[in-house]
Design a protein around this ligand. Sequence first.
Ligand code: ADP
Ligand code: MG
Length: 381
Amino acid sequence: MKEKIAKKFQEQFGCEGDFFASAGRINLIGEHTDYNGGYVFPGAIDKGIIAEIKPNGTDKVRAFSVDINEYVEFGLNEEDAPSQSWARYIFGVCRETIKRGFVVKGFDTVFAGDVPLGAGLSSSAALESTFAYAVNYLFNEEKIDRFELAKIGQSTEHNYCGVKCGIMDQFASCFGKKGALIRLNCKTLEYKYFPFDPKGYKLVLIDSCVKHELASSAYNKRRASCENAAAAIRKNHPEVDFLSDAKRVWLDEVRAEIPEEDFLRAEYVIGEVQRVLDVCDALERGDYETVGEMMYQTHFGLSRLYEVSCEELDFLNKLARKCEVTGSRVMGGGFGGCTINLVKDELYDSFVKTAIEQFTAKFGHAPKVYDVVISDGARKL
Ligand code: ADP
Ligand code: MG
C-alpha cells in the first residue's frame, strides 16, 4: 500500500512527504454500554489508512484518494467545505483542530486504506485519526494530546459528516497498541490497557452483509428503556448516575415498577458491565476460554434480553458454537453487521468454510470474512 501511495504522490506532486497511519478497530466485549456510562473494550487492528503528507506552503489542502481515485482541493475556512464525503473527513479534522486554537496549514496528501467501508470496523475513525495525528505532528509540535485527537475525530463526525457517534472508535484508533486492548470507562473516560495476545487463537469477523432498517429507531428505544430503569433505581440509590452504576439486586428491587421490557434491557446492561470486568481478569491470567464464554453470554444477552440481534447473526453465532469456536458474538449496535469470533488455529479453516457454505445456502448471499490482529493505532511511519 505504501509503495502505491508513494508512486502516486510523486506523480501528483513531484516530491516526497512523511507517512502517517492509523487503524480501524474491533470491540471485544462491552456493547451498548457506552451510553449507559459503562465500559467498552476496543483495540486497533491491522487494517487501516496510510497517508503521505507534505505541507505545501499555501492555504489549501490538495488530496488524492487512491481507493476512490479522486482528487479534491479545498481551503481551510468554514465555507470551503468540500462536497465529496471522503474529503469532508479530512476537512473536518482540519477545522476541528483550528477551532481548538491549533494550527493547520495547507498540505498535499495521497492516502489509501484497507479497512472495509461500513463493515463496523470504523474506517472513518481510521481516516480521521490518521489526519489528526499528522496535523498535530506537522504543524503543532505534538502539543495536542491523544484524547483531544480522538475528540477532534468525533467532532468531525458530528459536525461535518452527520454521524452522532460516541468516542470509542476514535479513542481506539488513537490509543491502540499492538497486543493490547483498552478498557475505557465511558463515564469517567479513565482507561487501562490489558494484554491481548491470544497465541493459538485467531480473531475473525464474519460479516453478514445485512443491515436491517430497525437499527436507529430501536437504538433510541433501547436508550429510553435504560434511562427509565436507571431513573427508577436512582429513587432508592441516588448515587446511580447511569445504569452501569447499578447493582443487579438494585434492579430487582424495582422490577414491579418498570415495564418488563425495560427490566430485560437493564438486566443485559448490568450483566455486560460485569462481563467486561470478568474478561479483563481472564486476560490477565491468559485464560482465553473464559473470554470466549463471556462473548457467548454477551451474544445471548444482546439477542434475548436486549433484542438487537437478527436471524442472520443468530445463525452465525449458533454455527460458531457448533464448530466449537471458543467465543462468538454480534459486534456493534446489532440488526446486522459482523460477528466477532475467537477461534483456535486448528479449527479456523473448517469454521470459516462451514460459515461461508451454510450462511450462503440459507440466506442466498455469501458473508465476508475479515481476519484481524490487534495492532498499533495512530502513528508516524
Ligand atoms: P465505517 O463503519 O467503516 O466507519 P462510515 O460510513 O462511518 O463506515 O465511514 C466510511 C466513509 O469513510 C467512506 O464512505 C469514506 O467517505 C471514508 N473512508 C473510509 N476509508 C476510506 C478510504 N480508504 N478511502 C477514502 N475514503 C474512505
Ligand atoms: Mg464510521
